[in-house]
Design a protein around this ligand. Sequence first.
Ligand code: ADP
Length: 485
Amino acid sequence: MFIVHVASEFAPIAKVGGLADVLLGLCRELTWKGHDVEIILPFYDCMDRSKIEDLTQEEQTFTTHWDNQKCTNRVWHGKVEGLTVTFIDPQTQDKFFERGQYYGYPDDPYRFAYFSRSVLEYLQQRNKHPDVLHIHDWQQGLIPVLNKKVFAESGLKIGRILMTIHNIDYQGWCEEGVFNKAGAPIQPEFLQNDSYNMLKAGIIYCNILTTVSPNYSYEVQTPEGGKGLDELLRQYRSKFYGILNGIDYSYWNPSIDRYLPENYCLEGQNIEDIRLTKTRIKNMLQKRMGLTVGNHPLVGAVTRLVPQKGIEQIKQALFRTVEKGGQFLLLGSSPLPEIQIEFEQLQIRFKDNPNVHIELSYNEDLSHLFFAAGDILVVPSLFEPCGLTQLIALKYGTIPIVRKTGGLADTINDVDFSRKEIEERNGYVFENPDENGIYSALDRAMHCYYDDFQKWQDLVDRALKLNFSWTNPANLYLELYSKEI
Ligand code: ADP
């Protein structure tokens, strides 16, 4: 099958959050299964180009019809982690992808509408006809509309368009001009309140719609979870599916992780050896972070600091951990200045505390070290479409504490209260997004860590044995790629 993925992020070269990981993991699995996969991305100036192999510019350019003008684009090709990636490089005065950041500009809807139109122009002008065009989030919301109303009529053949919603909080609200410039017809249904909505347009016109966990697919169909789109999603529920994300174990895997000073895995090592290895990595990390070196429970969070992630509960977890004699590592960065400032103040407050380290940056290296060195990961999200960090943590034998929402509820079962089989009980879960909620779970976890060594060791052992690879989710996507529609 010829499958083209169009996205705004791709790990490890252009990563803001989980979307980037999902693209890499899914595309890699599809390639392993023998499919012909091409990934199309904007040619961002801020990408990590050192991780693109054989980056070459095509001699031929192509044209995008935009705002009644013809705009020229360069095309680049390269290999990322062995996968074929095509980059679209607009030569317009707007310098859409030469901004230093991936997102956060007032004209973001214009930037990605331009990119969306350009993808279809590229496929058409290069005579490429994918069996499946798989698009991701609002950034490509105009593709299904443009395909149906403009490109399909002028000869572009795309077998089907599958759209995945990774987070319904981001919908691409915009003015009419975005649709006009892209040449996409406007319909009253695309309006929401007083804004046009790019995600809505995509939902209506795509052939198949998915989101990233079964539980989230139900939540977004409710008024509380749908962020204004619940009714529309209920209307289209016959084409709407929830497929849990996987984890790319060729990247997130303590047995081969290149960021770790020592590797470990259950094949060839027993659980006690693993505990000792994790402790050595912890001691190394403690030294590096200026924390007291010793066998304190190491709790942490690796996250974008945005309201969705339960900012208050992250802070409460930090305070409580210290109160209980543990150590806390917060690795987070915020696109929102007020939240960034709030955490900078917290950082100053704990500057000299030997049990707290707050790192306010995006740091891949440190994230791997924490997953390996840590004992407990907190993910107290207010909502979470799937969540990857809890799954990564399990693979590294670090126990997740999560709020019962979205994909967190699909993947983590409380060790004390779940009715699932014991093998599936893999963490601590709380419901209420408040101090009592996070304390109840954190206190139980700390108590187990300090006072019930065998139970904790068994829990770590079970976590290490779980499998959240991409094999199964990729099969589910393949079923949708070829399902009768
Ligand atoms: P989201 O996509 O909402 O940000 P996910 O849990 O799906 O959340 O994915 C987050 C991904 O980004 C994980 O791979 C996590 O390790 C990584 N990540 C988040 N914040 C940081 C950070 N400050 N430094 C390094 N990695 C981070």
